[in-house]
Ligand binder design. Structure first.
Ligand code: PDD
Length: 278
């Protein structure tokens, strides 16, 4: 695989990052994951806009447009002949001696790599996911896409050990999001209910696209927090993310959602999302 580090394209075995990188020492870094379908980027502009926001919130001085990020993405896809999968981008504050005081005037580190992955025919799209719920113990700026992913990674692993596919995190009785996805339900009356954006959740790019589509089709979209019990009583449930697209959730803490199989609305939304992403 060819990767990109700080202005250079090189084989992954030759790529390196300083052990003093603030991304390594403090998770002082932000990232984006953009899906690739048919060799093209899905919704790059929205990812770039969110990246700008994450960088601004952490006062990391990096201009994605001036850096030609879109061209770096495209060149990396070309060099790896990637048809389907993702591009991972990470920007850290840069390299400095370890200090809790964030150093000024250091050069951000830029890393990009590709990962080939089956997205369109992912088995979970057919089978649906079972999720378990756990308290959301992450920090309270989940709207910033930092590389501080230890808790969701622990919870995903725990879910796996318990025979489930993923976790839905819960705060004050309401679902926040999945380990790396936004959470949604379709209630008995057919409304799409999803948590509003705030500092509590990542402002998902896929979430926004799906809500736009649902509204266009005349569906009722209600942005409010929902409980675990509501999810268990829902007609359908699903997650959204750049790489999962729209994936059904068929059980919550062992309780089947609807008839325990992927539902028609989720299938329709997934198909529409994919059509409009290629
Ligand atoms: N994760 N919520 C969290 C906590 C996430 O990590 C993600 C994405 C999302 C969905 O956002 P989007 O639709 O913009 O991908 C929601 C990526 C895919 C990852 O970490 O791999």
């Amino acid at each position: 695989r060819i990767v990109h580090v700080n202005g250079e394209f090189l084989p992954e075995a030759s790529a390196s990052l300083s052990i003093f990188d603030r991304g390594v020492l403090f998770a002082d870094a932000v990232y984006e994951v953009t899906a690739v379908l048919d060799g093209g980027l899905v919704d790059f502009d929205a990812h770039q806009a969110r990246l700008r926001r994450s960088l601004a919130e952490l006062a990391i001085d990096f201009d994605p447009v001036a850096a030609g990020l879109i061209d770096l993405h495209r060149e990396l896809i070309r060099r790896n002949d990637l048809q389907e999968g993702l591009v991972y981008l990470q920007i850290s504050r840069g390299v400095a001696d370890r200090s809790f005081l964030q150093p000024a005037n250091i050069r951000p580190s830029v890393v990009l790599f590709t990962q080939a992955q089956t997205l369109l025919d992912a088995p979970a799209a057919q089978s649906g996911l079972s999720v378990i719920t756990r308290p959301d113990k992450r920090w309270h700026r989940r709207d910033i896409k930092t590389t501080q992913l230890l808790y969701p990674s622990m919870m995903k692993t725990l879910a796996n050990e318990q025979g489930a596919d993923d976790v839905w995190m819960v705060e004050a009785g309401h679902v926040t999001e999945g380990s790396s996805s936004n959470a949604h339900i379709i209630t008995a009356d057919g409304s799409l209910v999803t948590r509003p954006t705030s500092e509590d959740i990542l402002h998902g790019i896929t979430r926004a696209a799906v809500l736009d589509y649902a509204r266009e089709t005349g569906a009722e979209v209600i942005e409010r927090p929902f409980t675990v019990a509501e999810a268990q009583e829902a007609r359908e449930a699903f997650i959204t993310s750049a790489t999962a697209f729209v994936t059904p959730v068929v059980a919550v803490d062992g309780v089947p959602v609807g008839d325990g199989r992927p539902g028609p609305a989720t299938r329709r939304i997934r198909a529409h999302y994919i059509d409009h992403s290629r």
